[in-house]
Design a protein around this ligand. Structure first.
Ligand code: DMJ
Length: 577
């Protein structure tokens, strides 16, 4: 049963020799026929040296008793039921819209109006063995028109990870050529965003100006988020591999080369600043260095590109290793927690005096929870024991943040108190209380009496260990379960099943609506349930529930030794020797 996608999978040779997927009218497809304003001087070819063997990512065995197996399957079914409920509502109330509004049964257009939830869900439908629904969804997807949108501006990164990644992932699991054809359409559109004087992409893109071939508007941004420019590589490269046309690979590899050249020139060598200047090709100026929001997937794609390409290009591994080393030194820290767990959180580093001073902002985010899984992957692929050890503690950090909250769900952002060293980390109640007040802007903390201190801290209603919760939302994000999934596949640790189940039930309890699941506000509130905010982003079905489902699945289903996930959880086939 675990081999169904292998049977349907088209090998690369099949794809290149099979003309079924090539649309006879593809050369006249609008985005392809538009004249190129700034043609590249040359197009770099895909590597041809041949894939190499990596050490296995997945554990060798996953022993389980018959009782454990039955329980695992029951849990997997519960995840599938949650997915099915939300999918059915999407089909009924928001068909072909970007998102379902899960409280009011409405719909939303958030990503160009091209049915983001439908495209993001395709490979989940396949993986969950919902073949009829998959067929209907593919048939509908073929009708999406990527030459029309009501949106004034397109986010190139989101379009890449959700639509291009969605089609490629669905193709890579099903082998359905209609999906590859659709991926090419999106690829042709996005390629136009690279039609700038220096061939850097415009990440917030005026599609309408591009349609008119307006030269004035085709310039890359001087303030570009590093995640938005640095994480287009997997999807573009996979598209080139599948089609045999290197132009997409060339487009993103040029970015990677510029990033590699400047990686060690920044104020925190190894990491890139949050904002880069794509217009002037400057990737090294800035003083904020994070693995979290707005930077995250630029780092995520480094080891993943290496895996995708079968290790044929050293620069991705080199860039990952430099980044991991810098992060271990400057961003990862052990927080002081009442139960004394030896966990890690990935904070934000701020530099000053040209990088001579580095200050840690001891903040955590849900988004940065992906980093534990990433270090587990990097640790396995490149045999880096120190990364794997950090990965386990980072995952534990996210688990701690979930289980310490009153509803069992981690907030979007929080602050903690960093221990002076990982070895010296004993709980100190007074220190914690003082920091709570400082982080919540209470003045003259030193002059307060002990009872005043206790009273003010009690009013903040913070679980012990947290010093502030600036954003107490939970937006249905996947990063914590994503890392648990990778760690489970890499170790076979059975305890992670209970951890994942507790997480799933806690999330479902506070987010479940009549029609699906909704983002919430107030996960730290002790007074009643958090407030549902009527939003269900496409990643709930594309990513979060997929990882929950896979954690309870047979480990051969989408093995990490065959596939590598893009940042929206779309599984892309790795090149293997
Ligand atoms: C997803 O779109 C992707 O995982 C992205 O990398 C980060 N944000 C969301 C999920 O939180």
């Amino acid at each position: 049963m675990a081999t169904y996608w292998r049977i349907h999978h088209a090998t690369l040779l099949d794809v290149h020799h099979n003309s079924d997927w090539r649309d006879p009218e593809s050369d006249s497809y609008f985005w392809k026929s538009l004249p190129i304003l700034y043609p590249p001087s040359s197009v770099q070819a895909l590597p041809t040296s041949g894939p190499v063997s990596f050490p296995a990512v997945q554990a060798i065995s996953f022993p389980e008793s018959s009782f454990e197996k039955a329980l695992r399957k029951e849990r997997r079914q519960a995840v599938k039921d949650t997915f099915t409920r939300a999918w059915t509502s999407y089909c009924e109330y928001a068909w072909l819209a970007d998102e379902l509004a899960p409280v009011t049964r409405g719909k939303r257009s958030a990503f160009g109006g091209w049915a983001a939830t439908l495209v993001d869900s395709l490979d989940t439908l396949w993986i969950m063995d919902m073949r009829e629904e998959f067929e209907d969804a593919v048939a509908a997807a073929t009708t999406i028109n990527f030459t029309r949108t009501d949106a004034g501006e397109i986010n190139v990164f989101e379009t890449t990870i959700r639509y291009l990644g969605g089609f490629l992932g669905a193709f890579d699991v099903s082998g359905d050529y209609r999906l590859l054809r659709k991926a090419v359409e999106v690829g042709e559109m996005l390629y136009k965003a690279f039609d700038t004087p220096n061939r850097m992409p415009i990440t917030r893109w005026d599609l309408h100006a591009a349609m008119l071939n307006d030269k004035k508007k085709q310039v890359a941004g001087s303030s570009t988020l590093v995640a938005e420019i640095g994480s287009l590589s997997m999807e573009f490269t996979r598209l080139s591999i599948l089609t045999g046309d290197p132009k997409w690979f060339d487009a993103v590899h040029t970015i990677a080369q510029r990033m590699e050249e400047q990686q060690m020139w920044t104020e925190l060598p190894g990491l890139w600043p949050l904002v880069v200047d794509a217009e002037k090709l400057l990737f090294s100026l800035g003083s904020t260095f994070t693995l979290g929001a707005m930077a995250d997937s630029a780092y995520e794609y480094l080891p993943k590109m290496s895996a995708l390409l079968g290790g044929q290009m050293d620069l991705y591994q080199t860039m990952y290793e430099r980044a991991a080393q810098a992060a271990l030194r400057h961003n990862l820290f052990r927080p002081m927690v009442p139960t004394g767990e030896d966990i890690l959180i990935a904070g934000v580093a701020h530099t000053s005096h040209g990088g001579r001073t580095v200050e840690l902002e001891p903040a955590g985010q849900h988004l940065v929870c992906f980093f534990g899984g990433l270090m587990a992957l990097g640790g396995r692929l490149f045999s880096r024991k120190q990364d794997f050890a950090a990965a386990e503690k980072l995952v534990d950090g996210c688990i701690w943040a979930y289980k310490s909250m009153p509803h069992g769900v981690m907030p979007e952002t929080f602050k903690v108190y960093p221990c002076s060293s990982p070895q010296n980390c004993t709980w100190d109640e007074l220190l914690w209380m003082t920091q709570v007040l400082r982080d919540n802007n209470v003045r003259d903390v030193e002059s307060l009496s002990y009872s005043q201190l206790v009273q003010l801290v009690t009013e903040k209603n913070l679980p012990r260990g947290f010093t502030a919760i600036p954003d107490d939302a939970y937006l249905l994000r996947p990063e914590a379960i994503e890392s648990i999934f990778i760690l489970y596949r890499a170790t076979g640790r059975k305890d992670l099943h209970d951890v994942a189940w507790n997480m799933f039930t806690a999330i479902d309890r506070i987010t479940r609506t009549e029609f699906g699941n909704s983002a919430v506000r107030g996960v730290s509130s002790l007074r009643g349930k958090p407030l549902q905010t009527d939003s269900m982003e496409s990643f709930w079905l594309g990513e979060t529930l997929k990882y929950f489902y896979l954690v309870f699945s047979d480990p051969n289903i989408i093995s990490l030794d065959d596939f590598v996930f893009n940042t929206e959880a779309h599984p892309l086939r790795r090149l293997l020797p």
